[in-house]
Write a protein that binds this ligand. Structure first.
Ligand SMILES: Nc1ncnc2c1ncn2[C@@H]1O[C@H](COP(=O)(O)OP(=O)(O)OP(=O)(O)O)[C@@H](O)[C@H]1O
Ligand SMILES: [Mg+2]
Length: 394
């Protein structure tokens, strides 16, 4: 596989210091890689901004970032959200209609491995037999995940999530058919009333996207504190700060996990505490925070249906040492509403359910449906419709 741009006229190479400075800045504020942004980043880091320097850095980064060899045309195809490599012979993409096989092939497993390692290095991580997995964000914002073979089968697995140049607004989600006007109105009310909510759904159903759209509706005077594994949420809001977890270094030291970060975030006077993706023990800290006066918190959670949310929270909390009864009681009082997303057979992502946690006489939480939303936009009120309305003060 060739990843260099063979045949291009030679240009003076970028100064390593320039490259580092720009990479740093762009990584802090992911977005599309353009010469304009490179020039700005150079300027902001007090480095020379001549045309030659800008171009040299731009091209070096472009090669780094989009030097994805045979994957590059796929990543550039309009509408593509995911590119998945299952070893040398199978590459799939998703452009909104479910997974589609592509004709792209790598010469051999070694080539896939090399590409995975190179992209990981671009994101500042090692990927080798000692640490055969990596999850990170490339400087252009693309989310990169890989697991090397033989841990991964049938070969090295690479999952790339393409970042939209900017997130969806709630109106755009409406236009895309993700939800209708009435549901959008309800979500606006949920944000305005500062209810605590979880966005649930299966993988790639648009949870992060919906959460970002909702955070963009938060009143400008509020301070949003994001806690994430890989900085992904970029709400359009004037006051957003974020904390990102960090894996251990090669000596096994220096790990900063989400639990620590949630606790740190609480000391930062958040008006909205946001855990981008709740997938471990941080659920305990988030629930505790929401139960101790931190209203309006939110996050996303993998779950196949809204009904599964309590079991999922319970499992994560148990693994972190919180007893079952405590997990349920915390969930019931912490979370006001769950917004569940689903993906239809035709690939369309949509809001499918709005549900409210309800505590039974056994103390366990079940999800009561407030609204069911059909593929054709029909809204069916469920048993908890009244409870949701009263939480919204209407
Ligand atoms: N409603 C939507 N309509 C069209 N495309 C969407 C919609 N929501 C999300 N997408 C696109 O689908 C991809 C997956 O979205 P997102 O990252 O929000 O999903 P997720 O459920 O958070 O995924 P994961 O399970 O990996 O966390 C993104 O590229 C996003 O731009
Ligand atoms: Mg997500």
């Amino acid at each position: 596989m060739t990843v260099g741009l063979a045949g291009e006229p030679a240009r003076p190479p970028a100064e390593p210091g320039d490259l580092e400075a720009v990479r740093d800045r762009l990584a802090r504020e992911p977005g599309e890689l353009t010469p304009h942004r490179v020039a700005r980043a150079l300027r902001e880091s007090g480095r020379p901004v001549g045309d030659a320097a800008v171009l040299a850095v731009y091209e070096a980064l472009r090669r780094d970032v989009v030097g994805a060899g045979p994957l590059e045309p796929l990543l550039r195809t309009p509408g593509v959200t995911d590119v998945l490599v299952n070893g040398a012979d199978r590459v799939y993409l998703d452009r909104g209609a479910g997974l589609e096989p592509t004709g792209v092939r790598f010469p051999d497993e070694e080539a896939v491995r090399r590409l995975a390692q190179r992209l990981a290095a671009v994101g500042g991580r090692r990927l080798d037999d000692a640490t055969p997995h990596a999850d990170l964000r490339l400087p252009d914002g693309t989310r990169f995940h890989a697991v090397l073979a033989p841990v991964a089968r049938p070969g090295t697995l690479i999952s790339l999530r393409v970042l939209r140049p900017r997130g969806f607004t709630l109106e755009e989600l409406e236009a895309a058919g993700t939800l209708g006007p009435d549901a959008a109105e309800l979500l606006r009310a949920i944000v305005a009333t500062r209810l605590a909510f979880l966005v649930s759904g299966g993988t790639g159903t648009g949870k992060t996207t919906l959460l970002a759209a909702l955070l963009s509706l938060v009143a400008p005077a509020e301070r949003i504190v994001l806690v994430e594994d890989a900085g992904e949420l970029r709400p359009r809001h004037p006051h957003v700060v974020g904390l990102e977890s960090r894996p251990a270094n090669i000596e096994g030291a220096g790990e900063i996990g989400l639990r620590t970060l949630v606790r740190q975030a609480l000391r930062m006077r958040p008006d909205r505490l946001v855990v981008g993706e709740v997938r471990g023990g941080e659920v305990v800290d988030l629930l505790a925070a929401l139960n101790t006066g931190h209203e309006g918190g939110c996050g996303t959670l993998h779950a196949n249906s809204a009904v599964d949310v309590p079991a999922r929270v319970e499992a994560l909390a148990l693994a972190a040492g919180l007893a079952r009864a405590a997990a349920h009681s915390q969930l019931a009082s912490a979370v006001d509403v769950v917004l569940h997303l689903a993906r239809d057979r035709d690939g369309r992502r949509r809001l499918a359910q709005v549900a409210v946690p309800e505590r039974g006489s056994d103390g366990l939480v079940t999800m009561a449906v407030a609204l069911g939303l059909g593929p054709d936009g029909t809204i069916t009120p469920g048993p908890a419709a009244g409870r949701l309305a009263s939480r919204l003060g209407s």
